[in-house]
Design a protein around this ligand. Structure first.
Ligand code: MTE
Ligand code: MO
Length: 443
């Protein structure tokens, strides 16, 4: 391998030749090729023998939260330094290490807006929302009435953007390039949508919902809707679908939908309408902005990545796919020389399903070690995991982490089922970890 060219350049120009040069005919990194790769990452690679051909180390390949190419950190009162993907509308992702709490605190919650942010409401109790459409008796209720008429429940619920993981799609898909951090697991307090729909009385024709909120459209046009999505009535009747007015024991923060929002756990976050004003019960699938075409829809059969698609042959994205995060160590973390084990922690979830196993690999996937996986606080909450893994020597490691859902589906090695708006990407994640002073180690 030509020493003067970085591994990165080599792979960019001709990946096949790069593989042949870097890994050799036997498919293993050794000799000068290994030295060049170690120089590129800046540390010895103890598990190099099991680095699969074609796998560029994550320290080089994955931009990740810690690299200089990252979006700027959010600077907003009441919020942590999230990674800003967009300012208008405001969209910001939570670095995985900030999701180390069992219950996500409000400052650490990711933010996803499609429109503006409505002004603070002077009297939240007087906030009014309506249920109409295919019901026997349309309702118009204030938040105060909602709280006094229906049982109030508190549940830990995952709220995950439908586009979480989009950045892993190749070629790049349209939209905010979320890594794994468009997820939260707050303790939400509210009433069940089911109870309210039953009070209104569902007609036999009640098969879908449509959701409306008070956020202004970015165009400034009065009455124009930013986003109005809807779901099958079965999900609306799930006991975990809430009309929430409190988060972690405090009133809802304005950014997260005060005074009232939907929380539809396990399905695309876009269903969890903030600043909720109306639920329209319908006899046909809702057709508001964010419905139809390629919006929150994925191919039934895989399409050619990057090809033009209009959504024909696509199906609704409903229950989100299995995913895990590593919250104990940041991608690119540097630990003291002589460290001989890692205490790893994280979370995993799988939409409407649960997670049956969490594994990590420290040798590029050659061997996998089961982690201790804790039960969810309740259905639709994420599950925490932890475990100790041994590290044989100083050098460059990657923590590969992957969850398996209760139906036996595992996070895949690469994002699958490409689609223009980049939904459903849940590949195995890789965090680079350096042990020891990399300069001393390569000297
Ligand atoms: N009214 C309204 N509700 C909304 C949105 C929006 O733009 N307007 N964005 C949705 C999307 S796409 C997501 S992922 C979640 C994010 O919720 P959060 O900002 O509280 O984390 O809110 C959803 N609810
Ligand atoms: Mo979203």
């Amino acid at each position: 391998m030509a020493q003067e060219r970085s591994a990165q350049e080599l792979y960019r120009d001709d990946p096949e030749r790069a593989d042949a040069e870097v890994f050799g005919r036997r498919g293993a990194l050794e000799g000068p090729a290994l030295q060049a790769m170690e120089a590129a990452v800046g540390a010895p690679i103890p598990a190099a023998a099991s680095l699969p051909p074609g796998t560029l180390p994550a320290a080089i390949a994955r931009p990740g939260a810690q690299s200089a190419t990252n979006p700027a950190a959010l600077n907003l009162p009441g919020k942590a330094r999230l990674l800003v993907h967009d300012e208008t509308p405001l969209c910001a992702e939570t670095p995985e290490v900030l999701l180390d709490e069992a219950v996500t605190s409000a400052p650490n919650m990711f933010i996803r807006n499609n429109g503006g942010i409505p002004p603070e409401v002077a009297d939240p109790q007087a906030w009014r929302f309506v249920v109409d459409g295919e019901v026997n008796a349309p309702l118009s209720l204030t938040l105060g009435e909602l709280q006094s008429r229906f049982p109030v429940v508190t549940r830990q619920l995952q709220l995950e953007c439908g586009g979480n993981g989009r950045a892993f799609h190749q070629p790049a898909a349209r939209g905010n390039p979320w890594g794994n951090g468009a997820i939260s697991n707050g303790a939400w307090t509210g009433v069940r949508l089911r109870d309210v729909l039953q009070a209104a009385g569902l007609k036999p024709s009640a098969r879908f919902t449509g959701h409306y909120g008070a956020d202004p459209h970015l165009s400034g046009e009065a009455g124009k809707v930013s986003i109005a999505r809807g779901m099958r009535i079965e999900k609306a009747l799930d006991e975990d679908t809430l009309l929430a007015f409190a988060l972690n024991g405090a009133p809802l923060p304005r950014l997260h939908g005060a005074p009232l929002r939907l929380v539809v756990p396990g399905w695309p976050g876009s269903l969890s309408q903030k600043w909720l004003t109306r639920i329209w019960v319908r006899d046909a699938p809702h057709d508001g902005p964010g419905m139809g075409g390629t919006s929150y829809r994925v191919p039934r059969h895989p399409v050619i990545p990057g090809s033009a698609q209009d959504g024909r042959g696509f199906v609704e994205l409903e229950s989100m796919p299995v995913r895990s995060i590593l919250t104990s160590h940041a991608h690119g973390a540097r630990l003291a020389g002589g460290t001989r084990h890692l205490d790893l922690r994280g979370a995993a979830w799988a939409g409407d399903l649960s997670v049956q196993a969490q594994h990590v690999s420290l040798d590029f996937g050659a061997t996998w070690q089961p982690m201790t996986l804790f039960p969810a606080a309740n259905r639709h909450a994420w599950q925490r995991w932890q475990g100790r893994v041994a590290v044989p020597a100083d050098g460059y490691y990657e923590v590969w982490y992957r969850a398996t859902d209760s139906a036996g589906r595992m996070q895949p090695h690469a994002a699958a089922n490409w689609n223009p708006q980049g939904y459903g990407a849940n590949p195995i994640s890789r965090a680079a970890v350096f042990i020891g002073d990399p300069l001393a180690a390569t000297a």
